[in-house]
Write a protein that binds this ligand. Structure first.
Ligand code: COA
Length: 174
């Protein structure tokens, strides 16, 4: 079984990862404690499907983390530019890609999310601002703050956050 010291294999996302991204999209839905989980079909509603549907468009990018031992994919972070009439929940402007991230429940709080974001910000894709939407009560807010994301809007229990102009990886070098 996995331990806190487990290492991960992290690689850039490819076109053929779309099925796994649908799975991660479902896993990314924040269900507050005590509330029942949503049916899997929920990811087909246009406001959610827009984060994955037709994966491979210009600007689509990100990283996938796998279990070193089993090679099973267990988490992913991805970016997508706002397209069409369904602006994402974290929409800031047409040029700012929106971030999605998820890790399977049994692998959470063991460092993979941090590693995925570290890879993203060390890559060319992390050099320009990125936005996201997160529920105010989601513990992931702390993770985003550690990477320098700041709240730029609040709406009905959701926060829109934006990454700093200087990516965390570069800020650390200064
Ligand atoms: C958010 C998430 C991708 C982070 O990945 P991770 O591997 O658990 O993260 P790490 O172990 O590197 O970092 C730990 C941080 O992740 C966040 N985190 C940990 N468990 C979490 C959980 N069950 N739900 C949400 N965030 C969680 C916290 O910010 C935690 O920091 P803390 O220790 O200061 O509380 C992952 O927990 C997850 O998939 N959560 C559910 C989906 C989700 O909330 N996605 C984000 C939607 S905006």
């Amino acid at each position: 079984m996995q331990t806190e010291t487990m290492n991960y294999i992290i690689r850039p996302l490819a076109l053929e990862d779309e099925p796994f991204l649908w799975e991660m999209l479902y896993q990314a839905i924040h269900v507050p404690e005590g509330q029942t989980t949503l049916p899997r079909e929920v990811v087909q509603i246009p406001e959610l499907a827009r984060y994955v549907q037709g994966w491979g468009r210009e600007g689509d990018c990100g990283f996938l983390g796998s279990n070193t031992l089993t090679h099973q994919p267990i988490g992913a972070v991805w970016l997508r530019l706002p397209i069409g009439k369904y602006k994402g929940y974290g929409y800031v402007d047409d040029d700012t890609p929106e971030l999605s991230i998820a890790v399977y429940p049994e692998y959470r709080a063991q460092g993979l999310g941090t590693q995925l974001l570290t890879c993203l910000f060390a890559s060319e894709w992390g050099r320009s601002p990125i936005s996201l939407s997160v529920s105010v009560d989601n513990p992931a807010v702390r993770l985003y703050e550690r990477f320098g994301f700041e709240v730029v809007n609040r709406n009905d229990g959701s926060l829109t956050m934006k990454s700093p102009k200087t990516p965390p990886s570069q800020a650390a070098e200064q």
